[in-house]
Design a protein around this ligand. Sequence first.
Ligand code: UD1
Length: 362
Amino acid sequence: MTRLLHVVGARPNFMKVAPMLRAPAPAPVTHVLVHTGQHYDVSMSDAFFRDLALPAPDAHLGVGSGSHATQTGRIMMALEPVLDAHAPDWVVVYGDVNSTLAAALVAQKRGTRVAHVEAGVRSFDRTMPEETNRVLTDQLADLCLTPGPLADANLRREGIPDERIRAVGNVMVDTLLALRSRATALDAPARLGLSDTPYVIATFHRAGNVDDAATLCEIVAALARLATSMPVLLLLHPRTRARLTSFGLLGALGDVRLMEPVGYLETVGLVERARLVLTDSGGLQVETCVLGVPCLTVRSTTEWTETLAAGTNRLVAPNASAILAGVAAIGTAGVPPSRPPLWDGHAAQRAVAALLGVSSTR
Ligand code: UD1
């Protein structure tokens, strides 16, 4: 029996672990789920556990918020005894959040094999904390489970040998394809009175965009302007709400409709019918690509270059005129959905097979 201990902690981890826990396994496997508590609001964590039908975690570290050093250190200290108690064969970590790097460090130093799901993804922007987390986690990982060939090439350039790299596909897409019909059935736009109206979904939470008052002011100006012609729904991450409040920018949002962060199904239900998504999220770049919804990513780089090649996503600088020009360039034309190689709904099955040392039949 192989024991896999999965460590998750922040919102974007939850839709990545869900298909791993459910994937058909070619050999006996036990799953242990650990939640670091990096995200703890109901809307950032419990709502996702509910929508994704995730089991209650076997251990909850309750670390909460803090500086990068505080959060990373707390996770490391709290996780070590959990690894001692469960003695897993593999620690499986996801994506690029602080919980990911912290768990990989503890496991590797303890001599437990580490697998990184979503390995090799790079923005090449070393000012982003997520990029540091990705690069270091991949160096620590015994097995880099990548979303596809671009990520494989990134890892090889960083000196990671082929035997540590396995292209399995994009686990986020597994979840999206599995739950899309349930998301559609919720009819989230109708419940917001948006059945027959084109609307924009906006989400911003990156430190580079929201922690700087001048940059956030530019984004707010663009959203307020856009909201004069079409409903704009801004799904507010707690970090963004806090910054809008402390910078005194809430009033400048004009007709923009402010919403609390919504669960996974409601997000997909709103995004799939949107005219346009304006975001700095990584996950939404992937989801809009597969759903065929135009996405404008308000950043100078992206770790999901597949979505640029697919033509569903464009990068725009975080200033009001660039954002509005980007929106105008998209116009009313839609974009066809696109699925890069291995974004086929079976990534988790291939990942679990790789962890069990069996080649997948998929
Ligand atoms: C983290 C990830 C980021 C990911 C994002 C998704 C890192 C370095 N960043 O950023 O890659 O895209 O999650 O949401 O790991 N807060 C709450 N309630 C919560 C969680 C956070 O109020 O449940 C507030 C706190 O004030 C906290 C702030 O949000 O200080 C930032 O939270 P944190 O987990 O440090 O980073 P995120 O910005 O969420």
